[in-house]
Write a protein that binds this ligand. Structure first.
Ligand code: ADP
Length: 393
């Protein structure tokens, strides 16, 4: 092996720890995996190291033990005492303070913990992951890369909510947006596919997965995005409701006798595709049920594509034009149906889908016809690589 620059990317959830090891000398992904069911006796560690897949069941009492197991596997298979140069951490919420990636200090960790007020399900776990990794690697730089950072400078009118202004200011209540690494990665790849400079393009990026967000990218920057102060706003998602009338919250709390935790759970975990269809949050299962004639699965599927189309229309207006639409994430990358349905009523914008390319290709590609005024692309996202690049930067 020549000169290596190993960067470890970590994404810590409350009971999981995802990892990727990159050699940034050539941006090669060397290893990836996930420790799941942390806190339990029968934890699961799945790793793919240099193409070799393995899955083990072992006790994972906490994140520290999970990280130790991961490092042991990496050490034996690829590192062989070669040092890791830096660790990049995915952090969901950077609050009002962080508009860029940052070298981790004790103050940064405390801020991440504090911003749990906006992301109670994610930020505490992200901070715990950082603390654990800093103990394991005390002598290398650790970098926090925020999902919110790409949207940090969206215009004021796109981020303000219509509540009393002093309360917005006092509590930092505003649109923050998420999936920033994904939107910025796929927008940059789209510019490359179009052989045009990113700063000259007006792109709507559609990250459609378990979580879904749409972003208006102009001059390479986020101009608006569908998620809000939390990842609950916007398009209907796997189990999240997306945008609803806030009065629904009050009504359900009263009539269903729900407290704060009850309503939070209902809107985050029992709504969306799952709530409407009663079938599943997994879009593949929704598609199968819809094809078999399940009306509620069809309704859920139709609402998803309708919402995405609504945002594309809105963001063509935000950007004052449109050069490209990009599909990414699990559903955006794989569902030919969703892409075809979303594009089917965008003729007025000059969108002409190449049905053959939509249905038959794989990977990064253009799926519109050569005479389509708006180019439609599919770009599998790579948030981990973006985090590794940010860490090096
Ligand atoms: P996350 O937001 O958790 O990263 P993903 O981006 O992996 O999620 O997206 C997961 C979603 O993608 C699931 O709803 C899954 O059903 C859907 N999906 C994955 N593969 C396909 C496929 N071949 N066809 C349709 N949907 C798919």
């Amino acid at each position: 092996m020549g000169e290596t620059v190993f960067v470890l990317v970590l994404n810590a959830g409350s009971s999981s720890l995802k990892f990727n090891l990159f050699d940034m000398a050539n941006e090669d992904s060397i290893a990836e995996g996930n420790a799941e069911r942390i806190g339990l006796e029968d934890g699961i560690l799945a790793c793919t190291i240099l193409g070799d897949k393995r899955k083990e069941t072992l006790p994972l009492p906490d994140h520290k033990v999970a990280l130790e197991f991961i490092l042991e596997r990496l050490q034996a298979a690829v590192l062989h005492d070669t040092p890791i140069h830096a660790v990049g951490h995915r952090v969901v919420h950077g609050g009002p303070k962080y508009g860029d990636s940052v070298l981790v200090t004790e103050e940064v960790i405390r801020d991440i913990e504090h911003f749990a007020m906006y992301a109670p399900l994610h930020n505490p776990a992200n901070a715990l992951g950082i603390r654990t990794a800093m103990t394991a690697f005390p002598d290398v730089p650790h970098v926090a890369v925020f999902d919110t950072a790409f949207h940090h400078n969206i215009p004021d009118h796109a981020r303000i909510y219509g509540i009393p202004y002093d309360m917005s200011q006092k509590y930092g209540i505003r649109r923050y947006g998420f999936h920033g690494s994904s939107h910025s990665y796929v927008a940059a790849r789209t510019a490359i596919l179009l052989c045009r400079p990113l700063r000259a393009l007006k792109i709507v990026t559609c990250h459609i997965g378990n979580g879904t967000s749409i972003c208006a990218v102009g001059q390479g920057k986020s101009m608006d995005t569908s998620m809000g102060m939390t990842p609950l706003q916007g398009v209907i998602m796997g189990t999240r409701c997306g945008t609803i009338d806030p009065s629904v919250v009050e009504m359900l709390m009263e009539y269903e006798h729900l407290d704060y935790n009850g309503i939070t759970n209902l809107l985050n975990k029992q709504s969306g595709l799952l709530g409407i269809s009663g079938v599943s949050s997994d879009f593949r299962e929704i598609e199968i049920a819809a094809e078999n004639g399940n009306d509620r699965a069809r309704l859920a599927r139709d609402l998803l594509t309708y919402n995405v189309r609504q945002y594309i229309g809105a963001y063509a207006t935000v950007l004052d034009g449109l050069d490209a639409i990009t599909f990414t994430a699990g559903i955006g990358t794989h569902s030919t149906f969703v892409r075809a349905k979303v594009c089917s009523k965008l003729n007025f914008l000059g969108v002409k889908l190449d049905h053959d390319a939509n249905e038959n290709g794989t990977g990064e590609r253009i799926i519109s016809t050569p005479d389509s005024r708006v180019v439609v692309t599919v770009v599998p996202t790579n948030e981990e690589l973006m985090i590794a690049r940010e860490t090096i930067r």
